[in-house]
Write a protein that binds this ligand. Structure first.
Ligand SMILES: [Zn+2]
Ligand SMILES: [Zn+2]
Length: 358
């Protein structure tokens, strides 16, 4: 049973960030000190991991666990692998043992700032986690496979929700903004903040490794949503800006393998790996992004020429059927209308605060 596996957290990439991180600052109202009090099991705090009798469990919950904590949200990334208490569930809550968690590009963003509405000091990031419910007051929930993704609640009433953009809902609740995230072994959260997964995600004979589903929770779903919004027709030619990023390369893969599209990928030249450029797996053609404004005219002509080539020189359309922007450089948003044909779609994936000129 997957539920008896040891929890496996993938901290390798995070450690890389950790090594580069600036020395920790002293948190003012430190969760660390709160947790240390809870972890001090020689005193009355020893009940931190003790469950009331009406909690059902599939394992013996430990009293403490390791987590990756951001003590201070500030201009430098500071992460600490820290012991924190495992919190027993209250009625309406579940404890999920995280089996796999992705590391999203947004996680470091949540750890620096502050940005309005983002996580504050002493939070645990991570919003691409999958695992099993291991403790709950409702015994029917125990052992269910679930996922913790960024958005846990949206109002379904505001203008954004009604336009199909719950990610922009001003009343949203999210990991790790409102709930400590998946960079820990056990999360204790409201039942409705996690979504149920099909059993096959953890099937031992599945050809798809369960960790793959973690990526689908954020960058994968963003990529798919962008492609659906683009409403591509078969054999469409599209331009993806930021093709080497986590969302961009998934847009390229899905566009080719699911939609049968021909993809022109754009990114800074240093990000284009051998596999991306030579195998055509992610994009049929790769173009380095212009580095200076005076290069933009030649870049535009290259895009139009590649579109013509990928259409087999047999189509009257000039330019791409769609431009999908997955990059966060302001320059990636320049001249978008000049790369596409009449009736094309331009899809922008990202946060508007990144549009601030600099
Ligand atoms: Zn994410
Ligand atoms: Zn809303």
């Amino acid at each position: 049973m997957a539920t008896t596996d040891r929890p496996r957290l993938r901290f390798r990439a995070l450690r890389k960030s950790f090594v580069k991180a600036a020395p920790a600052q002293t948190p003012k109202d430190s969760l660390v000190s709160v947790c240390e009090k809870q972890i001090d099991t020689s005193s009355s705090a020893s009940e931190a991991g003790v469950l009331s009798e009406d909690v059902s469990t599939s394992i013996i919950l430990p009293k403490e666990q390791l987590s990756v904590l951001t003590p201070v949200v500030g201009p430098t990334l500071n992460l600490h692998i820290t012991k924190v208490a495992v919190t027993p569930p209250k009625p309406g809550e579940v404890v999920v043992r995280i089996a796999w968690t992705g590391l999203c590009g947004s996680d470091p963003s949540f750890c620096v700032g502050p940005q309005p509405g983002f996580a504050s000091h002493n939070h645990i990031a991570g919003h691409e986690g999958i695992g099993h419910i291991v403790a709950s007051h409702d015994p029917s929930l125990v052992n269910r496979p679930v996922a913790a993704r960024y958005l846990t609640y949206s109002c379904q009433e505001c203008g954004y929700c009604l336009r199909g953009l719950p990610e922009s809902c001003p009343r949203q609740l999210a990991f790790p903004k409102d709930l400590n995230g998946t960079f820990q072994h056990y999360i204790t959260v409201p039942r409705h903040s996690v979504i149920q997964l099909p059993e096959y995600v953890f099937a031992r004979d599945s050809p798809i490794h369960p960790s793959m589903y973690a990526a689908a929770l954020c960058s994968g779903s963003a990529a798919l949503k962008a492609l659906r919004a683009a409403q591509l027709r078969p054999q469409a030619v599209i331009v993806v800006f930021g093709i080497a990023g986590s969302i961009g390369h998934l847009v390229g893969l899905m566009a080719k393998h699911i939609y049968g599209a021909k993809v022109i990928g754009v990114d800074v030249a240093s990000k284009a790996g051998e596999r991306m450029v030579k195998t055509g797996d992610v994009c049929a053609r790769f173009l380095p992004a212009p580095r200076h404004p005076e290069q933009e005219k030649a870049f535009q002509q290259s895009i139009l020429k590649l579109c013509e080539e990928l259409r087999g020189h047999t189509n009257v359309l000039t330019g791409a059927d769609s431009a999908i922007v997955c990059a966060n450089r302001v320059s990636a948003f320049n001249n978008l209308t000049s790369y596409v044909c009449d009736g094309a779609s331009i899809i922008i994936v990202g946060w508007k605060y990144r549009f601030v000129p600099h």
